[in-house]
Design a protein around this ligand. Structure first.
Ligand SMILES: NC(=O)C1=CN([C@@H]2O[C@H](COP(=O)(O)OP(=O)(O)OC[C@H]3O[C@@H](n4cnc5c(N)ncnc54)[C@H](OP(=O)(O)O)[C@@H]3O)[C@@H](O)[C@H]2O)[C@@H](O)CC1
Ligand SMILES: [K+]
Length: 509
């Protein structure tokens, strides 16, 4: 599913009207009806519903929604929160249809007048403003929102919660706090931003008849388990261990053997053919007792940590993952630089490796094979040289600019993980839950990633699928056997069996 900016949405709308010849009023009719039918799943017949209508086309949708609900016998009061002269175009046409159908509109006068009605409502539908909002909310929207957000009523928004910008870059705004939002045609960027995501509540996207081929492809997509099913590689019956990748993992220390254990087990569970682990001699007994299937490379060490050194053997592997448990000691950059220069296949850099990567970024541009960086926002802010706050205001832009500048593939981890390819294409994964906000989760994801990257033809599919496989496994576990409190990264590794069983059976059917 494509993710759009406000401008991309307006262009799509215009193309539908001008190129396809769909009448604007007809689009608004189908948008309003689709939203109403979606919202009905959350409205009971005995509920008192208030719908608040604003000045633009979002308000126009509101008139169609109100008419649809009234026609179906629901109890709905329709309040227009702006003067009549503000309602124009298609919205005005739908207001006329609404009135001519025999229904009434209440005019907003003061907040004191509206408040008693709001207090009696079980459901408040916000059709005030959508993608046309600019800057901080003016009156009467600001006061209405302040009052409505304190009510016990169930709050639903049409397309966007009023006040929430559709795009990136703004972190300070007042907005309607929806429990549920029915999004029209395509999710907007702000669905996936830390500052705006909570205002949406739960959300769903409805199709309204905009012709899909007329959307200028934004190269930005939501990626989910159904996409994974379509792109998951089938394991050929006549394959052998060499067909599924020969991977090398570098990291771990005498003090942190656990992170490489988790990454290694996750990679093997993800179908990797052969795995070698390069770690300090002291850690090998601990790691090997958990990872019997791997072979080991002994590397030079200093006081229990991997020392700065060139690792020539790295060039004989199909792909290399480096970083977890590596430590951040001065001098370890030498190891990373040697990998940047010599690894022939994909090089995945995670955790401490990312920290050490900062001074080496310019040399990544010279790599002939892919480099994948998997930072969380703190690590990415460090690499990009911005504050975390600034980064989280515009993570799509920062990721894209960074990927293009250094020629790297980027996985920016978070509740909405943004995956960016070196040519700027982006995908978003929203699977996973708060049970993953624990040490070890990143190591498991990296391990899955090494496994998938070496077995999937498209790198973008491998990256996006890894994130969804990781997140969905956590979701299934917390739905069926675990809680977000007790879920451990190692539980997710065990849970991969169920996920891969589902995927491999679906890919053959
Ligand atoms: N494919 C599509 O595009 C389709 C779109 N559809 C629907 O249309 C919606 C977009 O409609 P839209 O463009 O009329 O914008 P919308 O948000 O309703 O309001 C604009 C009004 O807001 C006002 N205003 C702005 N900022 C403000 C502020 N800070 N504080 C106060 N007021 C402010 C501004 O006033 P002005 O600044 O001009 O005085 C103007 O009057 C979209 O979200 C979807 O629901 C569907 O019907 C069909 C297909
Ligand atoms: K709205």
């Amino acid at each position: 599913m494509d993710i759009v900016t406000a401008q991309e949405m307006y262009d799509w709308d215009r193309a539908a009207i001008e190129a396809a010849g769909i009448d604007g009023k007809m689009l608004m009719e189908s948008a309003g009806r689709a939203v109403a039918n979606d919202m009905l799943q959350h409205i009971k017949k005995q509920d008192k519903v208030i719908i608040l209508i604003g000045a633009g086309n979002n308000g126009g949708d509101g008139f169609v929604i109100a008419r649809t609900l009234l026609n179906k016998g629901y109890e709905v009061d329709t309040w227009q929160v702006v003067p009549d002269e503000k309602i124009s175009g298609d919205a005005e046409a739908h207001k006329k249809i609404f009135l001519s159908s025999g229904y009434d509109v209440y005019p907003f006068t003061t907040i004191e007048d509206l408040l008693p009605h709001l207090k009696r409502a079980d459901v408040v539908i916000d059709a005030m403003l959508g993608i046309g909002v600019k800057g901080r909310l003016r009156e009467p929207y600001a006061s209405i929102i302040q009052v409505v957000n304190d009510l016990h009523a169930f709050r639903m928004s049409v397309d966007l919660p009023t006040g929430v910008p559709a795009g990136e870059g703004e972190s300070v705004f007042d907005a309607f706090r929806a429990d549920y939002t029915t999004i029209i045609a395509a999710p907007k960027l702000s669905v996936f931003l830390q500052q705006s995501r909570p205002f949406y509540g739960e959300w769903n996207v409805v199709e309204i008849g905009l012709p899909v081929p007329l959307l200028e492809k934004p190269k930005r997509k939501l990626w989910g388990i159904d996409d994974v099913k379509e792109t998951f590689p089938v394991r050929a019956a006549d394959s052998h261990k060499g067909s599924h990748g020969k991977g090398l993992m570098i990291g771990g220390s005498a003090f942190m053997p656990g992170s490489i254990v988790m990454a290694a087990r996750a990679a093997l569970k993800s179908g990797l053919g052969l795995l070698s682990v390069a770690t300090v001699r002291e850690a090998i007994p601990a790691v090997s007792s958990f990872v019997q299937e791997a072979t080991f490379l002994n590397v030079e060490e200093q006081e229990g940590w991997i020392a700065g050194q060139a690792l020539e053997q790295a060039s004989s592997y199909d792909g290399v993952l480096v970083g977890m448990g590596l430590g951040r000691r001065d001098g370890t950059e030498v190891l990373l630089q040697s990998l940047i220069d010599s690894v022939d296949g994909p090089l995945i850099v995670d955790a401490d490796g990312l920290y050490l990567m900062k001074s080496l970024l310019p040399s990544l541009k010279n790599r002939k094979t892919p480099t994948i960086l998997t930072p969380h926002p703190g690590e990415f802010a460090h690499l990009a040289g911005v504050s975390i706050e600034e980064l989280l205001k515009s993570p799509f832009s920062y990721s894209r600019n960074f990927a293009l500048e250094y020629g790297v593939h980027l996985i920016l981890k978070g509740p909405s993980t943004i995956i960016t390819s070196a040519d700027g294409e982006q995908r978003v994964d929203v699977s996973g839950n708060a049970g993953l906000a624990k040490g070890g989760s990143g190591d498991v994801l990296s391990g899955i990633l090494l496994g998938m990257v070496l077995q999937t033809e498209s790198l973008m599919d491998a990256m996006s699928n890894s994130c969804v496989i990781h997140g969905c496994t956590a979701d299934w576990l917390t739905q069926e056997t675990h809680s977000e409190t007790d879920l451990l990264a190692s539980d997710v590794i065990e849970g991969l069996s169920r996920t891969f069983r589902t995927l491999s059976s679906s890919s053959r059917s």
